[in-house]
Design a protein around this ligand. Structure first.
Ligand SMILES: C[S@@+](CC[C@H](N)C(=O)[O-])C[C@H]1O[C@@H](n2cnc3c(N)ncnc32)[C@H](O)[C@@H]1O
Length: 210
């Protein structure tokens, strides 16, 4: 009997995963704010793309200007702000106000004053040109229906020589394969600098050429 319940539960999860994935090709269906716990530091699902590993790919230095695009509740935003110090600046961009509120609460608790919140969709044209030394796009791309516009805005917003790290994990229903991301990025003008991980969870390091 309990096996039947387990099987039914798993089948339901898979069905939700598949439906959410395919619906996202057409509509904007971001990860809801009430699921923010899934995106926190200590969650076993996000442990597959660990915060420290992702940040180590960014070659951060104190005083940098960094964009966390699709920041969610700030799993990466807060450690990022700590790494670049009081002279640095982080823009936490997210389409959902509820996610930005979580970032704000964490920043307040930690006494961090260098995070600027920006509620906007990546691809909507709200970022300036040649502003950022570094950018992060962690498990976000698959939630964006107009991916080319989003990647183009990211490219324009980076300074020449700037780096973006795109991280994807198979646990995410919006998972994007490495070849898909690379093809899109190269079409726009990014250059591949490196990659870490494997087919199921990887971080792709892309550079905006000088
Ligand atoms: C799966 S969460 C990842 C959050 C965070 N990057 C992390 O790894 O913990 C995806 C986030 O992207 C945001 N998002 C979805 N579409 C977006 C868009 N077009 N522009 C900016 N943020 C977006 C969602 O609101 C959500 O907070």
């Amino acid at each position: 009997m309990s096996f039947n319940y387990l099987f039914f539960g798993l089948a339901l999860c898979v069905l939700i995963w598949i439906s959410w994935r395919f619906a996202s090709y057409r509509w904007v269906l971001p990860c809801p704010v009430w699921l923010h716990r899934l995106l926190e530091y200590d969650n076993p699902l996000t442990r597959a793309n660990q915060t420290n590993v992702i940040l180590s790919n960014l070659a951060l230095a104190p005083g940098m200007n960094v964009l966390d695009a699709g920041c969610g509740p700030g799993r990466l935003t807060i450690p990022l702000a700590k790494k670049i110090g009081a002279q640095g600046r982080v823009t936490a961009l997210d389409i959902q106000a509820g996610m930005l509120q979580k970032v704000q609460e964490k920043a307040k608790r930690e006494g961090i004053h260098t995070i600027q919140l920006l509620q906007a969709g990546l691809g909507d044209g709200k970022l300036g040109h040649n502003q950022y030394d570094r950018a992060l796009l962690v498990t976000v791309l698959g939630e964006i229906p107009h991916q080319k516009a989003a990647m183009q805005e990211l490219f324009d917003a980076l300074k020449p020589g700037g780096l973006v790290v795109v991280t994807e994990s198979m646990f995410d229903p919006h998972f994007q394969s490495q070849s898909t991301v690379l093809r899109l990025a190269q079409e726009i003008g990014f250059r591949k600098k490196g990659v870490m991980g494997n087919r199921l969870a990887y971080s792709l390091q892309l550079e905006k050429p000088h």
